[in-house]
Design a protein around this ligand. Structure first.
Ligand code: PYC
Length: 309
């Protein structure tokens, strides 16, 4: 038997499963190196942890690691049903609440090491968490692409820790009842970006699609398609960071001004940007709640012990 201990939480409805014990040693290198070892040697455990029958496609895994720098609170590697994430905003908020639950941190600001760089996360006195993300930026504005089965769609390419295509003008209702259509439309956009070679820096795949609409209850409402064809129940920390970078570039948001981003299920993040060395550094504030503490059991006789793949 192989036993893996995890703590589950949700951030604005989006689940995070933090692995706290029982995972093979990945060495002492930077998180980017450990991610490669994880991918190369233990990818079967990724699907065992997040996919059915133990998990489901929306679960984001977060492997808790010893940090390289002893002054950091933790290192983390994020993963999902189809692969790995450079950074994950809702997952970092969930991780911070998990570390608090484990009595490993208290109120204050903590450094978290991720594969795309170190970020700061503050556990606030009211229990909310504010993450200060990696530098975010837009690389292309108003890119038009012909989407199979739909008409031409225009959007921006931006980075917020992951790559996003952000679309404001789409004519779709961003409502839970419309999930099927929002998903099909976003998948079609993603396929068109792929076939037209529209990428992020260094030909990185744009694997997140973000649709926006006005809402009476916040500054904007979004639907975010994640790489494994699941939607983000939260407003998406990296997606909100990409949005903030676009707003700032368009002079629609000033440094320090608060942007309230609502998700398709109605959960909320508050975001703002600071400018440091000419780079846009987004901060995202949200809430997470621990929901379970579980021991996963991988029985060698179970044909689906590594998940349904
Ligand atoms: O919050 O950054 C995020 C995120 C990425 C994918 C799912 N959530």
């Amino acid at each position: 038997m192989q036993n893996i201990r995890v703590i589950d939480s949700h951030t604005g409805g989006e689940p995070t499963r933090v692995v706290i014990q029982g995972f093979p040693d990945l060495g002492n290198g930077p998180m980017a190196d450990r991610l490669e070892i994880f991918r190369r040697e233990h990818d079967h455990l990724r699907s065992a942890i997040v996919r059915e029958p133990r998990g489901h496609d929306a679960v984001v895994g977060a492997l808790l690691c010893e940090p390289v720098d002893p002054d950091s609170a933790a290192g983390v590697i994020f993963f999902n049903n189809v692969g790995y994430l450079g950074m994950c905003g809702h997952g970092t908020i969930g991780l911070v609440k998990t570390l608090e639950y484990l009595n490993r941190i208290s109120t204050g600001t903590h450094t978290i090491e991720t594969p795309v760089g170190n970020i700061n996360a503050a556990l606030n006195p009211d229990g909310s968490v504010t993450i200060t993300n990696v530098a975010s930026y837009r690389t292309r504005k108003s890119v038009s692409v012909d989407v199979d089965g739909y008409s031409t769609v225009t959007g921006d390419v931006a980075y917020g820790g992951n790559w996003f295509f952000l679309v404001g003008d789409h004519g779709k209702a961003i409502e839970l009842e419309n999930l099927h259509e929002l998903t099909a439309f976003s998948v079609a956009i993603r396929n068109s970006l792929r076939s037209n070679n529209i990428t992020g820096d260094n030909e990185a795949e744009i694997d997140h699609i973000e649709l926006f609409s006005p809402t009476p209850t916040a500054d904007s409402r979004n639907f975010v398609l994640c790489p494994g064809i699941e939607y983000d129940r939260s407003p998406c920390g990296t997606g909100t960071s990409a949005k903030l970078a676009c707003l700032y570039a368009d002079s629609k948001l000033r440094e320090g001004e608060v942007w309230r981003q609502e998700s398709v299920i109605g959960s909320l993040f508050e975001g703002s940007v600071a400018i440091k060395d000419n780079r846009i550094i987004p901060s995202i504030k949200g809430n997470a709640f621990v929901t379970a503490e579980i021991e996963l059991i991988l029985d060698p006789n179970d044909p689906f012990r590594y998940g349904i793949r």
